[in-house]
Design a protein around this ligand. Sequence first.
Ligand SMILES: Nc1ncnc2c1ncn2[C@@H]1O[C@H](COP(=O)(O)OP(=O)(O)OP(=O)(O)O)[C@@H](O)[C@H]1O
Ligand SMILES: [Mg+2]
Length: 352
Amino acid sequence: MSEWFIYRGTGGPDPDKIDDLPDPPPWRHFDVPAVPYEVPPLDSSSSRRLGARRVPLPVQDDDTLELINAALYLRRPLLVTGPPGAGKSTLAHSIAYELALGRVLEWPIVSRSELKDGLYTYDAIGRLQDAQLDRAHVPGETDGDTSAHGTRSSDIGRYLKLGPLGTALIAAERPRVLLIDELDKSDIDLPNDLLNVLEEGRFGIPELERIADRPGFETVEILTDDGRRVPVTNGQVRCRAFPFVVMTSNREREFPAPLLRRCIPLDLEAPRDQRLAALVQAHFGAGSYEDNHDIVDQFTEAETDGALRPTDQLLNAIFLAQHAARDASRDPAAQRADIAQLLMQPLDRGPR
Ligand SMILES: Nc1ncnc2c1ncn2[C@@H]1O[C@H](COP(=O)(O)OP(=O)(O)OP(=O)(O)O)[C@@H](O)[C@H]1O
Ligand SMILES: [Mg+2]
């Protein structure tokens, strides 16, 4: 394995390794003071994907590792393509786990997604309702402009919430991991809209910029995607350590050249052999790959027909076979084979 790798894909945690990451190239240097922000730990979505019984086994090959580390060094987004079930989305969780970068910020893209959804939301209606309650409030019961349910409509920060992309751009000491999942499902404008924010590592919140010169509004605390409060000064959110951005695509459509130019492209192949063994053991424990060799063989042999079979099918088949084989009335081996056959159907050949 190359010495320069920061992310080594070993499947085991290496929390101090990120400190070995050299400074960014000058054109990706963001000279911004850090804001106090405690990054929350990985949440259950990571353990669901990575498996609860991770064993330190290589989960990526060297070519893949080179591209992932290139993106880390260059502070560029990684654009991951590959067949369904190849492990594109899980890659973001694997990096956050191994380098201890905290909870993965996830932005699942749908056709209606807009740049602003990823950056922040402003609950103008909630603020208006609170302002009306404030006005209706009988003086003497509570102080000042606190409404019946205890919020202050003048505290604009309560009505602003950073989205996953916005939270990834907070000036924290360590980079966050941001998963922009299935970008190819987006409306045609989103990839272009993303360009500027990813290039500049900053964005403005007009609702705060407008009032920044009023006394008491220069720095406002707003909510993050992690549910924590963070100070925003002059309505500007600016990054310090550029986040590790993983954008995934099933290649449902091509992206514009200016976006491609700014990304590191990675074509992830479906896991086989050693990688497949690592995944099976991550979910079912050490030794489970050998114990379930009959089903693994069935999965890999079925592939010779060139059809599309995602890893999830193998995991489902192993899980179910463990239960089905307890039926004493039938030969366990035949029963396991039947279950596997039933679940491991090619995706691109339609229902049986
Ligand atoms: N490093 C890993 N460790 C443990 N399990 C993994 C790993 N990578 C992938 N998997 C498992 O493989 C399966 C497929 O992974 P994932 O959902 O990331 O694929 P995908 O390429 O994003 O698929 P799709 O295009 O359908 O979204 C999941 O069940 C996941 O738990
Ligand atoms: Mg995915």
